[in-house]
Every structure is written in structure tokens, then in C-alpha cells.
Design a binder for this molecule. Structure first.
Ligand SMILES: Cc1cc2nc3c(=O)[nH]c(=O)nc-3n(C[C@H](O)[C@H](O)[C@H](O)COP(=O)(O)OP(=O)(O)OC[C@H]3O[C@@H](n4cnc5c(N)ncnc54)[C@H](O)[C@@H]3O)c2cc1C
Length: 452
């Protein structure tokens, strides 16, 4: 253990971003008090583990960064400083080995989050070097108790024992987005953060399901909800007129679709709904066959066979795919030879709404980068830092969310150390950071990426 700490930092939010920041700060000898509203930390991280815990992605950095779309520049310096390789090395340091799946996604060998979280919390409580992190659970941050000047930030909490106050030399908020509120991140921080002059973009669903328009017939919604549409291709033209196509799968719900392929386009679809009230897309039900081939198979004499049996034997078109075709075309158009093949290859459909934010995998919007400096400190409130999903970036699923949460947690921790150093000595190491931000911006310009 190092000597008595000279600084005390309050970290609010014990998700991946807050824990990562706490780790760096405590290793640097800072006294860290970590507060979380819930009875335990890392609840959403554990939930992510149920899906295998996709930690990151092995694709080249420029492509990785392009997944953040218009926010590529905002997150690039954090991710360059903590990229997929560094993330894997960090997991290894906790005894968690990782592998790269066939899709390029990176998972822990055990495909779950609990061993990693357990080892991580153990290290935070009993570090080999630095200060142990002090955990304050069931502490809900509800606002400020001070005037917010640079002499110290004082926070108000609600605890089972009643109200409590805490103050430190710097504060990191890592409160997450606003989905799956029962796990702790409920987005109720917006007013409190804005009260300190920090601009926040409205929180919106990302990687979310959508409701089709017009609604499913009661039969289709009830009979096929939960069934997967496997290997289909989705084509979307976004509000800028750019068309993107991607192959994959998703699931029918009672009111629409959800799942990885829909999530991959959620930003474009959501923005289209916001702009026009509806998002149009085209579904290819047999992406491995050409239109000519589908036409030829359908034209094959079918004798006394029903149309369903004909499509099953010639094109293996069965189950939910066939039912969706019926649902969208109706019985008459199903039997019009000229309509069927083009519809199988390019079924036009529309979404009328996103599913509610609470059901989404992640949250778009949040603390705007314009209001933060390159250390992730609020320009309007010296000593107040923000990190993780509560920042205004979004990305598809694929490991990008956890990587960005962890990486911005590290960036904020480095920023806090710089801020504390500057407070003590009047010197800052921020010049080096600015140079790395310029390099990061260049990397984002090299995108040339197709697909979302
Ligand atoms: C079902 C599901 C599966 C996912 N799978 C993956 C995946 O495989 N790969 C991937 O990259 N991402 C995945 N994600 C997303 C990923 O889990 C999040 O992006 C990540 O957890 C965000 O980290 P964070 O630290 O910013 O916020 P969070 O993990 O949300 O943590 C925020 C913390 O702040 C606390 N808090 C909030 N408000 C207060 C308050 N007022 N006072 C005190 N404490 C407060 C909360 O209790 C919580 O502990 C998944 C998400 C979901 C919902």
C-alpha cells in the first residue's frame, strides 16, 4: 500500500466505466469512494454476461471507430488508448482469457461476466499497489449540496439510513444510460447534470426493437412472436440517402422485430422515424439466391401441389418466412406469379415506432462532448467528470459498448489525475492529450466503411 492519499475522488456509478476509473485512480494512490444506488455493482455487466459477454471486436481500429458513426471523433482518443488488444490484456490480468469468435467478436473463454467481475472487485478492494476502493452501496445520488466552485464538489445521497453528503477533490459520474432501469441505470441524472450547466442530448433508445406499421394481424403476432428469421438481408436508406445492406438474423415480436440485425440499423431507423414518422426498409428472405433463380424455381410447374408446398420444395421457404410473406402480401398477391419472386427478394416493410427506451440494449444521447474538455471534465464545472454510456455516443452491439464504456472510464480517470496534478502544482499534461486527439481525428477520417 502507498502512503496516505493526498486526494479523494468520488466515483458515482459502479458499472464498467465507474469501476475502471476507480481502478486507475486507486492504483495511482488516490482515495476513491465509489457510490452506487443498487445493493451491488455491475448489474448490467452481469446481464451482458448472459449473452456471452461480448467484450470487444477484433476488426481494424479505423473500422471499429466507424461503428460510432457521427461520434467517432468523440470516442476515438479513449479507444485508441484502450483498444481491443489492451482490453484483452486487462482481462488476462484478472485471470480471464478471451477468444475471437468467427465473427471477429471477442468473448471471455467462459462466456460469462461473473468470474471477471468477481476478480475485478477483489482487486479493487485489495489492490497490490495503491489505495483500496471504498464501496458505498444503496447510495442513490440525488443532487448537489454545494455551489459548485472549484474548492470542492459536495454530493447529496439517499441511503437506507437517510440522507448523506460526501465531498471530494473531483467527482466522476458514470451513471449509465436509461435502459433496463431495474438494474440501476435509470437516466434520472439528467436534470442534476444540467443544473451544473452541462448540456445533455435527449436520451433515446439504441440497439432497440421496433414496431411494424401497419401492425401485425392478431394471428401473426400471436403465432410467430419469438420465432427467428434466420439469414435474411436488411436494406435501409438513411435520412442522408445512403443505402446500406447487411445479412443476419432477428426475431419476430408481438409488435415487430428485435435482434442483432435490427439493432445494427437502429440509429438509422430511429432517426428516420424521428424525421418522417416512419422508417422504411426492405427484407430479402433468401439472400443467398438471385432473383433470377427464385423466379425460375417459382415458375417450375407445380402440378397439383399447393403454393406452400411448392415454395417449400423448390426454395425451402417455410415457417415464419413464409408466414411473413403471407402477412405482407395478402392471399391475392401471393398467387400473382409476377409479384412473388420480387417480394421474396425485396419485401418492402415499415416501422412506425421504436420500442420503449427501458427495453433497449443501450441509450443514445447523453452528456454532450461539446461541454467537456479532452479529459472528459465539464467545462462549466471544474472537477466534475463524466464517463461511460451516459456520454452522448452510440454504437451497435458487437463489443463496442463495453469497450467504449471501459475506455472512457480510463480517459476520465487519467483526466482526473491530470486535474489533481494541475491543482497541486499548476502544471498539466494536457498538451500531450491534445496531440493524441488530433491523431485520433485523422484516424476517423480514414473510414471508408460500408455497412453499419
Ligand atoms: C441485455 C444487455 C446485454 C448487453 N450485452 C452487451 C455485450 O455483450 N457487449 C457490450 O459491449 N455491451 C453490452 N451491453 C451494454 C453494456 O452493458 C453497457 O453499455 C455498459 O454496462 C455501460 O456501462 P456504464 O458503466 O456506462 O453504465 P452501467 O453499466 O449502466 O452502470 C451504471 C451504474 O450507475 C448506477 N447508478 C445510476 N444512477 C445512479 C444514481 N443516481 N446514484 C447512484 N448510482 C447510480 C447504476 O446502479 C449502475 O450500477 C448490454 C446491455 C444489455 C441491457
Amino acid at each position: 500500500m502507498t502512503a496516505e492519499p493526498t486526494h479523494r475522488v468520488l466515483v458515482v456509478g459502479g458499472g464498467p466505466a465507474g469501476l475502471m476509473a476507480a481502478e486507475l485512480l486507486s492504483a495511482a494512490g488516490v482515495a476513491v469512494d465509489l457510490f452506487d444506488a443498487m445493493p451491488s455493482v455491475g448489474r448490467k455487466f452481469l446481464l451482458a454476461g448472459r449473452g456471452g459477454l461480448n467484450l470487444s471486436h477484433s476488426e481494424p481500429l479505423a473500422r471499429f471507430l466507424s461503428r460510432f458513426g457521427p461520434h467517432c471523433n468523440d470516442v476515438s482518443s479513449a479507444i485508441q488508448a484502450f483498444n481491443a488488444e489492451q482490453l484483452q490484456a486487462w482481462a488476462r490480468s484478472l485471470g480471464v482469457l478471451t477468444f475471437v469468435g468467427s465473427s471477429g467478436r471477442i468473448f471471455p473463454n467462459e462466456m460469462k461476466a461473473s468470474p471477471l467481475l468477481r476478480a475485478w472487485l477483489q482487486r479493487l478492494r485489495q489492490p497490490e499497489q495503491g489505495q483500496p476502493v471504498k464501496f458505498h452501496l444503496r447510495h442513490r445520488w440525488v443532487g448537489w449540496a454545494d455551489r459548485g466552485d472549484e474548492t470542492g464538489l459536495e454530493l447529496r445521497f439517499l441511503t437506507p439510513q437517510g440522507p448523506a453528503l460526501a465531498s471530494g477533490d473531483a467527482v466522476l459520474l458514470a451513471l449509465g444510460g436509461a435502459s433496463w432501469a431495474r438494474l440501476g441505470s435509470d437516466g434520472l441524472w439528467v436534470d442534476q447534470v444540467e443544473a451544473r450547466g452541462v448540456a445533455v442530448s435527449p436520451l433515446r433508445p439504441s440497439n432497440c426493437g421496433f414496431d411494424v406499421a401497419p401492425a401485425w394481424s392478431p394471428y401473426f403476432g400471436q403465432r410467430f412472436a419469438g420465432q427467428a428469421l434466420k439469414t435474411v438481408a436488411f436494406t435501409v436508406t438513411d435520412v442522408q440517402g445512403q443505402t446500406q445492406r447487411q445479412q443476419g438474423e432477428f426475431v419476430v415480436t408481438r409488435s415487430g422485430f428485435e435482434g442483432s440485425l435490427v439493432y445494427a440499423f437502429s440509429r438509422q431507423l430511429r432517426d428516420q422515424i424521428d424525421a418522417t414518422g416512419q422508417a422504411n426498409f426492405v427484407l430479402d428472405l433468401l439472400p443467398d439466391l438471385s432473383l433470377q433463380r427464385v423466379q425460375a424455381e417459382i415458375s417450375h410447374p407445380r402440378g397439383s401441389r399447393s403454393l406452400a408446398n411448392h415454395l417449400k420444395s423448390r426454395l425451402s421457404l417455410v415457417g415464419v418466412k413464409l408466414a411473413l410473406l403471407h402477412e405482407c402480401l395478402g392471399p391475392q398477391r401471393m398467387h400473382q406469379a409476377g409479384e412473388l419472386a420480387p417480394a421474396i427478394k425485396a419485401l418492402p416493410m415499415s416501422f412506425g415506432a421504436t420500442r420503449p427506451l427501458d427495453e433497449a440494449i443501450s441509450t443514445a444521447g447523453g452528456v454532450r462532448f461539446e461541454g467537456l474538455d479532452s479529459r472528459l471534465m465539464a467545462k462549466s464545472c471544474p472537477g466534475l467528470f463524466c464517463a461511460g454510456e451516459m456520454l452522448d455516443w452510440e454504437a451497435p452491439t458487437g463489443g463496442y459498448l463495453l469497450t467504449a464504456s471501459l475506455a472512457t472510464g480510463r480517459q476520465a480517470a487519467a483526466g482526473i489525475l491530470d486535474f489533481l496534478e494541475q491543482k497541486k502544482t499548476g502544471r498539466s499534461s494536457a498538451v500531450g492529450k491534445q496531440a493524441s486527439d488530433i491523431a485520433a481525428a485523422r484516424l476517423c477520417d480514414e473510414k471508408g466503411v460500408d455497412g453499419p
